[in-house]
Design a protein around this ligand. Structure first.
Ligand code: GYE
Length: 321
């Protein structure tokens, strides 16, 4: 009998110990962790600001960040992740995916190796069980904000040029979807040209030049650029063609990088939807929570507004004024 009691007590103790021993005891900051960060590239000023923000956050927390710049190539991203998985030297991986599809295999390989993956910024179309969470803004919402601003500014009558981001990226596809959600409500609003500039300033300029040479500029009411860099490139093209940006052709874009406010101050663009580059903190927090055995929601949203002047932006961001 005594022996039986002892066995029962032992079982109860073991049952209590097992879940606790599976979770780790990581400090909230994540200090001491080694995390691989596979970044899209450095195609835009927003991207560079995002990279710098993640690196600064890692340093402030004492996290050892292994940084890999994929130069806009999914192959490079998969190779970097496979190297981290093979070496077994990371506690977690943060992936900012260039495009949405094609991640199933490498995410499964990370899961098999017990390495948690947090998606930041753009989305993947893989099964959500293959990653811990996604930290991002809502790109459809951003597109809707841009479309709503333009509908109001033109009373719902406008021929639009769209400068598309990277084809197949969640940021471009979803911004387009959100924009169309609004434009489709107005029979006299339509996209008359849509071409990709790959989120790159110089390509935005080249594409706008070619559109201006094939289309009567008087027939273009507005430009919707999927990011500020392409809008800035297009502004240069308009000026060189003798067109007054923001007046002859209205301009709305996304990111809210510092340069776009210089353009607004100069009266050369109209509106920008903000995309916060500060996603490193929530991503690191999610890694720590996961490793400590806590529940993490599948989406951690990062919000932003639409601004038509530096003063309005600064009023919402006191530290940057
Ligand atoms: O808007 C653009 C960058 O993925 C949302 O990527 C991001 C986009 C951003 O190159 O500037």
């Amino acid at each position: 009998m005594r022996h039986f009691k002892f066995v029962v007590v032992l079982f109860v103790l073991l049952a209590l110990l097992v879940p606790a021993s599976m979770a780790q005891d990581i400090p909230a900051s994540g200090e001491g962790l080694t995390i691989g960060f596979s970044q899209v590239g450095s195609e835009s000023a927003w991207r560079t600001a995002f990279t710098e923000a993640v690196q600064a956050e890692a340093q402030a927390r004492g996290i050892n960040l292994l940084f890999s710049d994929a130069q806009q190539s999914q192959e490079n991203q998969i190779a970097a992740m496979r190297a981290w998985i093979a070496q077994g030297d990371v506690d977690a991986i943060i992936l900012a995916p260039v495009v949405e599809s094609g991640w199933d295999d490498v995410l499964q390989e990370a899961a098999d190796a017990g390495i948690p993956v947090v998606i930041v910024d753009r989305n993947v179309d893989s099964d959500p069980s293959l990653f811990v969470t996604r930290v991002s803004s809502d790109f459809v919402h951003e597109g809707r904000l841009a479309g709503a601003w333009l509908a109001q500014a033109t009373s719902g009558k406008c021929n639009i040029v769209e400068l598309y981001g990277t084809v197949g990226s969640a940021a471009a596809e979803d911004r387009h979807t959100g924009f169309m959600d609004i434009i489709d409500l107005f029979p006299d609003m339509q996209i008359i040209h849509s071409e990709t500039g790959d989120f790159v300033r110089s390509e935005g300029k080249t594409v706008m030049e070619s559109i201006l040479s094939s289309e009567d500029p008087a027939n273009i009411c507005a430009l919707f650029a999927h990011n500020d860099d392409m809008a800035i490139g297009a502004i240069e093209a308009m000026k060189e063609a003798g067109i007054a940006p923001a007046k002859d052709i209205l301009i709305v874009s996304v990111d809210s990088i510092p340069d776009i406010y210089d353009a607004m101050d100069a009266g050369e663009t109209n509106a920008s939807v903000e995309l916060s580059p500060f996603m490193g903190g929530p991503a690191f927090d999610a890694v720590v929570s996961y490793l400590n055995g806590e529940d993490v929601p599948k989406w951690i949203p990062v919000g932003g507004g639409l601004y038509t002047s530096r003063a309005a932006y600064d009023a919402d961001h006191p530290a940057s004024s």
